[in-house]
Design a protein around this ligand. Structure first.
Ligand code: IMP
Ligand code: MG
Length: 192
């Protein structure tokens, strides 16, 4: 890895943290059957690991949204492209997000889900970038406090790249990445 990026949370640390979140959720939702709602595409990897760490009957649903403008700018104006196709009335819903940045996306999705008569709606995010918050969103569960930096890997992308990196990587030279979106590629593959 070079000065362009550095590992922020390695795969083993992520695995341990996700397992701990799963245990906490299992304890706090004991006796209930939570509905996990994940936002594509970034949340998919976190969901896949988190759901296997939850020892309860769970349902899984996906939403897809589109943002107007560059996702990096987190403008928060979203359109629902794929919606939950289940009745959420009376259910315990857990919105599973990859990262909460400004909070605009989560606030919008939480309000959409709450309008459907769920018994409870809570937020679980892998990364909580509190320094960038514009609206007050307080996740009930957060994997890691994320520094005010752009991160990729473990589901998170830059222009659709790097979602498949097993580690969570901090981009230290965003200008280099903007100039060449493939700039991280040579540095992130294991030497074998
Ligand atoms: P928010 O509405 O500003 O909270 O934005 C949340 C969304 O912005 C996330 O679901 C990501 O798609 C994107 N995002 C925010 N910060 C990052 C980052 O550091 N890396 C990759 N995507 C990010
Ligand atoms: Mg993105």
């Amino acid at each position: 890895m070079t000065e362009v990026a550095r590992v922020l949370y390695g795969r083993e640390e992520v695995r341990r943290r996700v397992a701990a979140l799963g245990r906490t959720i299992t304890g706090e939702f004991a006796g209930r059957e939570p509905v996990l709602v994940t936002v594509l595409k970034g949340g998919a990897m976190f969901l896949a690991d988190l759901m296997r760490a939850i020892d309860l009957p769970v349902e899984v649903h996906f939403m897809a949204i589109s943002r107007y403008g560059d996702a990096e700018e987190s403008l928060g104006r979203v359109q629902i492209l794929l919606d939950v196709d289940a009745d959420l009335a009376g259910r315990d819903v857990l919105l599973v997000e990859d990262i909460v940045d400004t909070g605009l996306t989560s606030r919008y999705l939480l309000s959409v889900l709450r309008a459907r008569g769920a018994a409870s709606v809570d937020l679980c995010t892998l990364l909580d970038k509190t320094a960038r918050r514009i609206v007050p969103v307080q996740p009930r569960y957060a994997g890691f406090e994320c520094p005010d930096a752009f991160v990729v890997g473990y589901g998170l992308d830059f222009q659709e790249r790097y979602r498949n990196l097993p580690d969570i990587v901090e981009v230290t030279d965003l200008a280099a990445l903007r100039a060449d979106p493939a700039a991280l590629e040579p540095h992130l593959r294991p030497a074998a």
